[in-house]
Structure formats: structure tokens, C-alpha cells
Ligand binder design. Structure first.
Ligand code: DOR
Length: 438
């Protein structure tokens, strides 16, 4: 691949703490130079002035439904949606059909992902066989096959001794344990909680963090939704328990009061909560009690989501709106700095899930980069999504800030049509170099 220069962008790398106007030289899929005003002679130049250049974003919680439910999403469309949202690395959940619960299925996934996906895909594996909560999987074997965490996804492991065994096995081979502390009971529209919710979320987080303390495993809590859970996390973090946590863009911006307006595209597990919960989650994210942002991109078909509140499946898609939602609702409203938002969507998730060097910009590292126009306003139209699914609760919202280009190993995985205007005809060589179809 010929070398080229990404010139004059505002390059921000929260991992190394820089935010400056720099040139990036890309050579052989890697970053070969990073400095102000690199020499331009003989190099194809891509003008990134006025754009923010950040490490490729990392999402550790997506559902790409392959194998088994490819009518909702598959590895190819899921990866395209990820790229359009600025993500260069994602971690898929194992609740497929069949689930990713044995070594050969992890290996199958890694092979398919390499062949089909334009971004880097990883998978979490099941904690129990068939996600049935009865028999522990071969945790060490799954780790050796390439899985980056274990989780039973939407089925929290109820048996305490089994959870204890899972934590012990994970600690022994440094596997991340990522429980979903949620319930999947139907809740009436507009009701933020049912009586058992505390027991189900904060209670399970308390139980599981105790297990982590006793066994020494690293526990990562999926999609925190309740203010009470933040209290438990804060206490356990101050007890030096190895626990990290994530929150979704929808739990940071929507409440159960929005459900009537949005309908089944707001039906999700865990459910949307109160406006007070939203505020507590935002403060916890800022204070690092909640470490990262993850989308829980959960595609369902339009037909399934048209069945009404009672019968539609739970789930919200998020890859193609995540950055813009966080920028519009948290960064511009000063609940999080831009640098904090990028760190929590790139370096920190990569660090927690053992995916480094993803989430960083540095000489010698793969050229996984996301270019963003922070001033661009756009209206969310799910019909334009690369995802097969349309279950987006932000349809029709005007957002500010848009991913305009995503590079994986220096090659374009997504280029916004507007970027073509930055590449007049004479730069068709540049388009060729970047791998953009002309
Ligand atoms: O709403 C949800 N849908 N929450 C989950 O945790 C799982 C997901 C799915 O797989 O559809």
C-alpha cells in the first residue's frame, strides 16, 4: 500500500494525552510518522484540516446475530455499521444460535470475522454451556481459542456456586468476567422500574463484585442503568475490588418518559429508567465510577419491532449514532469533556478487554483512525443505516458532530459522501490509496 499523509487535522489521543494539530504519515497499514508539518514531497496528501482525528473507536458490547439470526444482522453488515459509527474494533456477544460456548465456535467466529468484516471483530464467549446457567464452559479453553471475556449475556447466572466457579476459573487464566445484571420481565410502557429491579441489577452487581473480591477475577459490569447500582460500584471500587462498568448512550440520554413517544424502539433490557437515574449515570461516568461507554447494539427486524410494546423483542441499535449522541448530549452540554468521551470510547474499553494497542495513536501502531466533523449537524434517518436493523430510538433527532471517515489499517472502512468533495478529481490516486470505491 503506498504511503499517504493525513495532514493538518486536530489529532487527539487521550491515552497519551495529546491534542494538537499534527500530520500523520501512514505507511504499510501503520502510522509511520506523527508530527507537525511532516514533509509532503512525493507523498499523497489527504487534507484533514478542520477535522478531529481520534483513535478508532472501540465498542465492547454488540450483537451481530451470526450464526443463527442473520435476518437481523450479520458479521458483514454489523461491521459496516460499526465502521460508519467510527468503530474499528468491536466485541460481539455470544447469544447467537448456537451460542459461542465452545472452543471450535470461537475459532469459527474468528475465521469468519477475518473473512467478512471490514473492522476488527472479537467475541465474548458463554459463561455456561448453551447459556443455560447449569454447566460452566471451558473458560481456559475459550481464552486459548481467542475469546476476550465470558458472559451469559441477557441471562444472569442465578446459581451462586456456579458464579463463584466461573470467577475462580476466570481468575486462574486472566479471563474477564462480564455479567449482565438484568431481568427480562415485561414492564409496562413508561414505567422505569418494577419491584424486583433493585434485586436484579444492584443486588446482582453486589453479589458478583463480592465473588470478584474473593476470587481475584476482573469483573466488568454490562450496561448499568440504575442510580442504586452506581452506589454499589462506588463502594466496591473503594474496597479495591477489580471491577469496571459500562453504560449505553441510550441509558445516558433517554428515560422511561420517552417510551410513549418512541414506542417499541425504546424497549430494551435493562429498561430506560428515571430522569434522576440518567443524571446519576452521567455523574458516575464523569467520576470514573462507570468507566466506559458501550452501545449494546441489539438489532431486530422492523417486523419484530412493529408488534407493539408487549410483543416486540428488547433491544436498541447504537453503532451508527453513538458518537454523535454522546457529543450532542454530553460533551456539548458539558457533562463530559471531548477528551473524556473519546477515552471512554476507545482506549479504556480496549484496555479493559485486553485489546491494546487498539484505542491509541502512535508511531508503529496500526493506522486505525476515526475522522470526525464536530460541527456537522445531521438528522438521524435509520433508512440510511448500514445495519440491517432500524430499531433506533433517536430517529428524527438532530445531532451535532459526525464521523466522516473510518480507517482500519490505513484503509477506508467508511467514507462519508461529503468527504468526496474534499477529494477533487485530481486526488483520485488518494481515493485508490485509501481503498475508496470510485
Ligand atoms: O435489550 C437487549 N437486547 N438487552 C440485552 O442485553 C440483549 C439484547 C439482545 O440480544 O437483543
Amino acid at each position: 500500500m503506498p504511503s499517504y499523509l493525513i495532514a493538518g487535522g486536530r489529532v487527539m489521543d487521550p491515552a497519551h494525552g495529546f491534542d494538537a494539530e499534527l500530520d500523520i504519515l501512514v505507511q504499510d497499514n501503520k502510522i509511520a510518522g506523527l508530527a507537525p508539518h511532516l514533509p509532503r514531497r512525493g507523498v499523497t496528501v489527504f487534507d484533514a484540516s478542520g477535522l478531529l482525528v481520534v483513535p478508532g473507536l472501540v465498542d465492547v458490547h454488540v450483537h451481530f446475530r451470526e450464526p443463527g439470526d442473520e435476518e437481523k444482522e450479520d458479521l458483514q453488515t454489523g461491521a459496516k455499521a460499526a465502521a460508519a459509527g467510527g468503530f474499528t474494533t468491536v466485541v460481539c456477544q455470544p447469544n447467537t444460535d448456537p451460542p459461542i460456548d465452545r472452543q471450535r465456535r470461537v475459532r469459527w467466529f474468528m475465521r469468519e470475522a477475518r473473512e467478512k468484516a471490514i473492522v476488527r471483530l472479537h467475541t465474548a464467549a458463554a459463561m455456561t454451556m448453551d447459556l443455560a446457567g447449569k454447566k460452566l464452559t471451558n473458560v481456559r479453553g475459550l481464552k486459548e481459542a481467542g475469546a476476550v471475556a465470558i458472559t451469559d449475556d441477557g441471562h444472569p447466572v442465578q446459581k451462586e456456586d456456579l458464579m463463584q466457579d466461573a470467577c475462580k476459573a476466570a481468575a486462574a487464566c486472566h479471563m474477564l468476567v462480564s455479567p449482565h445484571c438484568e431481568e427480562s420481565k415485561l414492564r409496562p410502557i413508561g414505567h422505569p422500574q418494577v419491584k424486583t429491579d433493585f434485586a436484579q441489577e444492584a443486588g446482582l452487581v453486589k453479589r458478583d463484585t463480592e465473588r470478584a473480591r474473593r476470587t481475584g477475577c476482573h469483573l466488568h459490569i454490562s450496561h448499568v442503568s440504575l442510580g442504586q447500582t452506581v452506589g454499589v460500584l462506588k463502594r466496591q471500587k473503594s474496597n479495591a475490588v477489580m471491577v469496571t462498568a459500562e453504560v449505553t448512550p441510550h441509558h445516558l440520554t433517554l428515560s422511561s418518559e420517552d417510551e410513549e413517544r418512541i414506542g417499541p424502539n425504546a424497549k430494551v433490557n435493562p429498561p430506560l429508567r428515571t430522569k434522576e437515574d440518567v443524571q446519576v449515570l452521567r455523574r458516575a461516568l464523569k467520576a470514573d465510577i462507570i468507566d466506559i461507554i458501550a452501545t449494546d447494539h441489539a438489532p431486530h427486524t422492523p417486523e419484530e419491532k412493529s408488534r407493539g410494546w408487549k410483543d416486540a423483542p428488547h433491544g436498541i441499535i447504537g453503532l451508527e449514532t453513538a458518537f454523535s449522541v454522546i457529543h450532542t448530549e454530553l460533551v456539548l452540554k458539558k457533562d463530559l469533556s471531548l477528551q473524556e468521551a473519546i477515552r471512554k470510547m476507545s482506549f479504556r474499553p480496549a484496555q479493559i478487554f485486553g485489546l491494546l494497542p487498539a484505542g491509541q495513536i502512535g508511531v508503529g501502531l496500526p493506522a486505525d483512525l476515526t475522522l470526525i466533523d464536530l460541527d456537522r449537524k445531521w438528522v438521524v434517518d435509520p433508512e440510511q443505516f448500514f445495519s440491517k436493523a432500524r430499531n433506533c430510538p433517536f430517529a428524527g433527532s438532530e445531532l451535532c458532530g459526525k464521523v466522516v471517515m473510518t480507517l482500519v489499517g490505513g484503509q477506508s472502512a467508511y467514507t462519508d459522501p461529503v468527504m468526496q468533495t474534499r477529494m477533487p478529481k485530481r486526488t483520485s490516486r488518494l481515493q485508490e490509496t485509501l481503498g475508496i470505491a470510485q
